[in-house]
Design a protein around this ligand. Sequence first.
Ligand code: NDP
Ligand code: HSE
Length: 405
Amino acid sequence: MSKIAVLGFGTVGSGTVEVFCKNKSNYCKKTGQSLDIKYILDVRDFPESPYADKFVKDFDTIVNDPEVTVVAELIGGNTFAYDCVKRALQAGKSVVTSNKELVATKGAELLQIAAEKNVNFFFEASVGGGIPIIRPLQQCLMSDEITSIAGILNGTTNYILTKMLKESAEFADVLAKAQELGYAERDPEADVSGGDACRKICILASLIFGEHIYPEDVYTEGVTSITKEDAEYAANWGGVIKLIASAQKCGKCLEIVVCPCFVSCESQLSGVDDVFNAILVRGEATGEVVFYGRGAGKYPTASAVVADILNAVKNESKNICWKEKGAESCVVDYKKQEHRFYLRLADTDKAKVSELFGDVEFLNRANMPEGEIALITPELCREELDKKCGDLKVLGKIQLFDIGG
Ligand code: NDP
Ligand code: HSE
């Protein structure tokens, strides 16, 4: 008999308990053992809940109970949650989590403890919500050399961009709706600043690179400066604007960045709208594989958490492993990497811009104001771009997405 403890009864925690209890009888068949949720830990009381008798307030009750073999951490953050996860692993209990902040900042250490204690530390729900991506990378694609991963990894910002740019909704209104739907982080700044997508690409990059990639080493831009005008120019160019997180191997180093991008309509990522996420994995042998589905929300995320619980109960799957970061960062300087960029400039003219950038592609939109110029630059690095933009009045600057098709 396996007893499970769920930490946090918010969006993901309550979904996890619901999904688990609804399908519990099937899980016994699937795992070959009877299993049940014994405890739910939350700061609040839920006297009306059908699971009211399972609530506890003190983590000691859980960590000191030898019957509990799996702990699902669904609280978030890397303070209290970190303490609980570490103590659970040290006590010889497997842990599953949806907490990307925790995995992106403490993953190497927690994986090491799990390995020493011969228990599982699983985090399928931490990237892509309900999309299977961690286990496929670790198992189905393990024969291949993965050269790049790029994708739309944040449901909230994809939902916001879709509603703002396609339906002319206001940023604040759509963000409030994303919060109501349970997509956004407790502090939604992490979504809109690109920080959440950064944590997720760090997890995927650590997985393919075998070394912990930390969020503070990754250049990250959010979506707050994107305007409808930029989207109109993107359409004129033949694409859309998406927040893209990408990691690409370059020899022994890694180019990793999170920023809004112009994505061509020919790319499979261009049609990914609303809360959906898509992750494009490129392997030397496989070529391109795309994973697509709901990237946030109660039930999709809960389904990934429960699957991890079942895998931990079976204890057949081995942990993913990556080592601690080396003395020198393997992340290349993003400012030195060459890309093409979209620029929207005011108070200038085509002759001046052509002289500065060379062979550019000019863009148009309806009702362009006098003196506004929009263009696509030739390939150049950000350092050079910033230098060239020195005296110009820049209204918009967005990288072109150039990984995969
Ligand atoms: P919620 O804020 O909805 O849930 C967290 C729950 O934990 C709340 O009930 C909260 O109570 C409780 N809690 C907070 N601190 C403590 C504490 N010290 N002890 C006990 N309980 C506590 O968050 P989500 O469910 O949305 O997210 C949980 C985790 O899953 C986060 O790491 C998030 O990033 C991740 N995630 C979320 C997804 C989503 O779609 N929402 C998708 C994928 C991952 P109270 O509200 O009273 O503070
Ligand atoms: N806030 C996150 C998002 C939740 O919007 O993608 C899923 O990780």
